[in-house]
Each structure stands twice: as C-alpha cells, then as structure tokens.
Ligand binder design. Sequence first.
Ligand SMILES: Cc1cc2nc3c(=O)[nH]c(=O)nc-3n(C[C@H](O)[C@H](O)[C@H](O)COP(=O)(O)OP(=O)(O)OC[C@H]3O[C@@H](n4cnc5c(N)ncnc54)[C@H](O)[C@@H]3O)c2cc1C
Length: 385
Amino acid sequence: MADVVVVGGGAIGCAVACFLRMRPSPPRVTVIERDPSYALASTPRASGGVRRQFSCPENIQLSNFSIPFFADFAEAMAVEGERADINFRQGGYLFVVDGRGTRLLEENAKVQRAHGVRLDLLDRAMLRDRFPSMVVDDLELAVHTPEDAWVDPHSVQQGFRRKARALGAEFLAEEVTAIERDGPLVRRVRFASGGEVPADWVVNAAGAWADTVCAMAGMQSPIRPMRRFEHYFECDTAIEPLPYVKDLDRLAFRPEGRGYTGGKPDSDEPRGFNFEVDHGYFERVVWPALAERFPAFERTKEKSVMAGLYDQNELDGNAIIGPWAECPTFLMAAGFSGHGLMHAPGVGRAIAELIMDGGFRSIDLARLGWDRVARGEPYRERGIL
Ligand SMILES: Cc1cc2nc3c(=O)[nH]c(=O)nc-3n(C[C@H](O)[C@H](O)[C@H](O)COP(=O)(O)OP(=O)(O)OC[C@H]3O[C@@H](n4cnc5c(N)ncnc54)[C@H](O)[C@@H]3O)c2cc1C
C-alpha cells in the first residue's frame, strides 16, 4: 500500500486526504499539521466566497464541481449521522466595472457561459433597478452570477478533516523540516521532533508556507505570503439584500450575520509572514471605497478585523497543481492566490486522480501545472478584480 504524506492540514490538505480515502482501495494517508489549532492558517481567516467568475476555464471548471459539492457538503461529509454544516448561502456574486473593465468582463462572461455558468449581464439602468443602494453613475457593466455562494471556511476545513479521519486518514501534529529524496522519488519526511514517516508521495498543501516546503525537496517556487485584512462591519440603514460584490478597485464584501464581511486587498503589500493588524486600514482604505459605492455605509464602523495570508503565486496569480518534473512524486497543491478555499473540493479530487489514476481524469489541469513555472510562462487568471 502506498504512503501518501500531505504537508499542511488546511482546507486543501484535508480535502486531498478525504478524496484519497474515499477511493475503494485507498492508500495510507498521513496529514502533517504542525498547529491543529490553525491559529495562523489561511483557511479560517478567509472570506468564504465561492464563485465561478474567472477567466481561465480550469478555474471555472473547478468551481463548477466545488460549488455543488459545497451545497451538498453537510450530507456528503457527515460522520456517523452528524451533519457537517458549512452555512452554505447561495447569495450570488456581482462584479461591477467602469469603462476600464467592460471588455474583460464581457470576455470572461463568454468563457463562463461556454462552461455552463448561469449569469446575467447588467447595464447601468438594470443595476440601479436591482441594487438601488449602489452608486452606479460611473459603472458600465456588471456580471451577476446568482448561483455563486459563500460558506463558513472554518467549518469546511473541520468537515473535511473529520471525514478524512473517519475514513482512516491519520493526522500528526508535527512540523515537517526535511523531505528525503532518492533521485526522482520522495522517500521520507522528517519532523522537528526528530520523528519521521515513509513517503511514496508528498503533497505540498502548506499554503502560504508552501515555498519553504518546496525548498525541503530542493525546488524553488514563486509562492509568497501576502497579508490581507478581512473586516467585519455593520450598517445602520437597511438596504436591499446584496450578493458578494467586487469592483475594479478590489473592494470585495458580502453579507454576514447582522452585517458584512470583506476588504480591499493591496497587491503592493510587502510579502512576508506578517500578521500584524493595521487598525487604520479600514478607515483609510476600505471605508472610503465602500461609502463611495454605497452611501448607506457613510456612518459604518469596523467591528472586528483579522489579518491572514494569501499564498500568492507571483508568476500569474494561479494555483500550481501537480507534479514537479524533477521529482514527480512531489505534488504541488498551493499558490491559490486568494481562491483556494473555493477550489478545495476540486483540487482534492484532482490530486487523488494523479495519485490513484496516474493523471487528471475529471478536469484537465495540466495548464495549472509546474511546467509553466519552469518555463517562466504565466498562465494568468484575469477574472480577479
Ligand atoms: C483575508 C483572506 C480572505 C480570503 N478569502 C477567500 C475567499 O473568499 N474564497 C477563497 O476561496 N479563498 C479565500 N482566501 C484564500 C484562502 O484562504 C486560501 O487560498 C486557502 O485557505 C488555502 O488553504 P490551504 O489549506 O492551502 O492553506 P492553509 O489553510 O494556510 O493551511 C496550510 C497549513 O499548512 C501548515 N503547515 C505549513 N508548513 C508546515 C510544515 N512545515 N509542517 C507542518 N504543517 C505546516 C500550516 O500550519 C497551515 O495550517 C482568503 C484568504 C485571506 C487571507
């Protein structure tokens, strides 16, 4: 029986473990997670949006599989009759753009439609009609995808983790410090504690720390940690139900409980493992953008804020999924650049296919593979506003 060692037990690592153990003759699966409280992991800090609005067909296809999977998650990931509720809310997504973004949005919508995505193109008048609280004077176009949704990220991770364990995956609270190779094959994974486990396959699901794990196998990746804040805020004035709204200036937020959660990522944020909260960021950057787009938020106040890390792929903002040519039993599942939670089910299935079937079966993810990185040829995702 093969030994699969998954480094990192966030949403991605747990999904990989689950999909492997769901196979009829599964391999032994050991997930190594150094911090089972997930204090700094990206998954519990995510906003929880799951959407099909992408430019790359692979990302749309991953969402086409993952979103219905999330809709059925509570039942599918139930353990001993206990449901795994993830608070799935099908509130839809709305991308809004001014003249700078119309062509891009139209082109993306074509690709999305070709992949069966239900969407509406809205002009300014239609937008005003549907979302009367939004300032639309500068807007040229919006794409509304009513079947997109949001989920509770922590529950997704815990649901996958519990199911994977119930299916026989082992979880070790250890820090991986070395990966031993024998030429093109991985052989063993060593821990800071001095312990070790044998490995026929190693899956790098270490999120923002993925490059450190790459280095242990002898490779370099373009994945860097990028800090991003997630703010929770409320609104005194009642407004119409909103979808997950994103605009060209990267303002992105959605309803959450009595209020809203979201933020405005800064692509120029210096890279690094920085979890410090800038308590002036909301007031300085997010609030003006919010109040400009929705005057009802004029008097809003930030109620809470968290800093988390994107596992940013500096080459093209897309995940790296699959084998490293020099050592094909070392598999990448990292570099999600802000859209890893939503693709966890699809990526879990894809990695299981690589290991069990010898190649991608459901969705061909070859273009998201390591080769483009080795060649230095970006495969850019242009659907991230
Ligand atoms: C503010 C914010 C908002 C976001 N919003 C969204 C969103 O709306 N939708 C979406 O899809 N994505 C979103 N994301 C991105 C999403 O959070 C990530 O893409 C996703 O959680 C990545 O999951 P992961 O399992 O790869 O990483 P993580 O959850 O970070 O898990 C990696 C794990 O690896 C462990 N690890 C690392 N190194 C080692 C080692 N050497 N040994 C043992 N363990 C190790 C870490 O402890 C960690 O628990 C957001 C991210 C942030 C920060």
